[in-house]
Write a protein that binds this ligand. Structure first.
Ligand SMILES: [Zn+2]
Length: 415
């Protein structure tokens, strides 16, 4: 009888928690990591995965996805787009509110292999009937009757095994032309503070200023979509310098998250931030039904974008594993490779690539490398890898051009 169920062999193991970056061997027994040891050999395990030339990382943690499949317009097949691309833990960002959370548990979290956690929306409806912001869709903050901190708190208290924070979207178009934004923001802060969990804010086309959001958020709160180029971008429109209120927020401990999404990643903004040494704390996709086939594609593609703008490889891995785990208070369980923990492990290959990759506004950059998912284990069980069918996808590229008119920061040649 072999000592172990799996041996992951000869991969370049990168684990930010322990500053590990070297070729070694990892063994899995049952659902747990059993050993990390250079001396392990293929005869020790029933099954061997040869990771020569690949990166082996803690299972990726995507802090912002939409996984309430078949119930909300934005919901996706989580195992296909998350686990299949190397994400072992995905955090749904507000698809459910207190009135719809029980369905989220039973029909989404309990049915997928990906570990699916959630930020609870401050609106009791979550994203049951709304999808995009900045358009004509009805929104979850159209009436303050939908925004009840007490009921949100009660739902969190009874579902702390899955709920890791509170979510709000601050956009005028979904909040009675902005009339309900400030009050809803206050109620969301009240709820998050009461349960001592982070608040994640989406903030664009909003009547709430940068001075208030992220300026008046709390340490540990998460400002997602941090590289969007719309009104309320973190850059000053002319100089492309980062707003003082944003730098102040970072120094106070507010966290900045990519939340790429359909409209929230601009090469121009990401590059300007890189030049000012302003890197995201966490890399996340905001993957949903309208962007899963471009421009988001998946977590490895969003990680590729950060590598492309100059974020060092170990920092890209840290922002996709350990830091999101810490952000939700789960770093005692996920985000690192440690003997005795659940075996959530991802194999990626960093391939040479000359692909021209679009941002959310059909602005292109020629890559030098890209991450490609190769294998994944969730609690010791190997998951099925899926690949994006069309990358890049010309249809999503064409659709993105229409949004350029709304930008206040963009490439000079595109204006
Ligand atoms: Zn989202």
């Amino acid at each position: 009888m072999a000592r172990f169920d799996w041996l992951i062999r000869n991969g370049r193991v990168i684990d930010p928690q322990y500053s590990i970056d070297r070729v070694t061997q990892i063994a899995i027994s049952g659902s747990k990591i059993a050993a990390i040891d250079d001396a392990l050999s293929p005869g020790d395990a029933a099954q061997v995965y040869d990771a020569t030339g690949q990166l082996i990382t803690p299972g990726l943690v995507d802090l912002h996805i939409h996984g309430y499949h078949h119930v909300t317009p934005l919901g996706i097949d989580v195992d296909h787009f998350c686990l299949g691309r190397g994400v072992t833990t995905a955090v749904d960002a507000g698809s459910a509110g207190c009135d719809t959370f029980s369905g989220f548990r039973h029909f989404a979290a309990d049915t997928c292999k990906t570990r699916l956690l959630a930020f609870l929306h401050i609106s009791r409806a979550g994203l049951a009937f709304s999808s995009r912001t900045g358009g004509d869709d009805p929104g979850e903050l159209e009436t303050l009757k939908l925004v009840n901190a007490r009921d949100c708190i009660e739902c969190i208290e009874t579902n702390r095994d899955l709920i890791v924070g509170v979510k709000i979207r601050l956009s005028s178009s979904i909040a009675d032309d902005g009339r309900n934004e400030a009050q809803s923001f206050e109620r969301a802060q009240e709820a998050a503070r009461s349960v001592k969990l982070p608040l994640m804010t989406h903030h664009n086309f909003s009547s709430v200023s940068l001075n208030d959001c992220p300026g008046k958020m709390d340490a540990g709160d998460i400002y997602t979509h941090c590289f969007h180029a719309y009104p309320n971008t973190i850059l000053e429109a002319e100089s492309h310098k980062i707003h003082d209120s944003v730098l102040g927020a970072r120094s106070q401990g507010i966290l900045f998250d990519i939340g790429h999404g359909m409209g929230s990643f601009s090469w121009t903004v990401a590059e300007a931030c890189a030049q000012q040494n302003f890197w995201p704390d966490t890399i996340s996709t905001d993957i949903h039904s309208l962007n899963m086939d471009g421009p988001v594609y998946d977590m490895p593609t969003v990680m590729t974008r950060m590598l492309q703008v100059g974020m060092p490889l170990p920092d890209v891995i840290r922002a996709s594993t350990l830091t999101p785990a810490k952000t939700i208070g789960w770093d005692d369980r996920i985000g690192t490779l440690e003997v005795g923990r659940e075996a959530d492990i991802t194999a990626l290959r960093l391939e040479d690539s000359a692909l021209e990759l679009e941002d959310c506004h059909a602005q292109l950059r020629q890559l030098s490398h890209r991450f490609v998912p190769k294998a994944v284990w969730r609690a010791g069980e190997q998951g099925a890898i899926t690949q994006a069918q069309r990358l890049p996808n010309p249809e999503s590229y064409e659709a993105a051009i229409a949004w350029r008119s709304k930008l206040i920061v963009q490439d000079s040649e595109a204006s």
